[in-house]
Design a protein around this ligand. Sequence first.
Ligand SMILES: Nc1ncnc2c1ncn2[C@@H]1O[C@H](COP(=O)(O)OP(=O)(O)O)[C@@H](O)[C@H]1O
Ligand SMILES: [Mg+2]
Length: 217
Amino acid sequence: MTPLEARGLHRFYRRGDTEIAALRDVSLTCAAGESTAVTGPSGSGKSTLLSLLAGLDDPDGGAVHVAGHRLSHRGPAAAARLRASHIGVLTQASGLFGHLSVEENVVLAASLGRTGGPAPADLIDGLGLTTVRRSLPRTLSGGETARAGLAVALAGSPTVLLADEPTAEVSRDEETTILDLLDAWRPRDGAAVIVTHSPAVATHADRILHLVDGRLT
Ligand SMILES: Nc1ncnc2c1ncn2[C@@H]1O[C@H](COP(=O)(O)OP(=O)(O)O)[C@@H](O)[C@H]1O
Ligand SMILES: [Mg+2]
């Protein structure tokens, strides 16, 4: 089954009297085991695309299917259920609950996701989070926050891993670490889509898609 398929996505925003076409007729298919990097200048629609692929936002045209289920235009409750069981999202806002420790965040995500994923303790140790496992998110460094967000995204053994600039706030060394961890922990039967500005992250992926003015080039 195809982990992720987007067909003819359009998304328009209105700002005052102007209409902004954030995405225009974007289609992509991600095969099992395949990683895709999405690059493009600021404002080209990368985050908009990721939100649609995550079911956090609905397209104005087109549809998104995850593991054979239609994700778009299902309503927030159904989208949240599909996301919990099939999609790991790593956004720039980290997606961690601020009142829960790193460990509690990972355990919660694991309990909502697919079974058969990595044990939370293994994920925490494997991502180098052992010493901060009882810490609250606001006390973490940029690199720790990115790794904790990755642990939460992977905890539910997702069919699809989506990450929006996961290494934007980290040093070069930490970026390499995160890329290696992504590779090591990514579900083998799943697909990954990673939005990035970093050439190192992009060349690490199986293929690179480029967005300009809301279109794939
Ligand atoms: N909620 C919103 N309301 C209005 N315009 C938006 C909104 N979100 C994004 N945009 C606009 O859509 C375009 C694409 O934005 P975005 O997807 O965030 O780009 P990127 O992630 O590539 O920087 C930009 O012109 C941006 O200003
Ligand atoms: Mg963005």
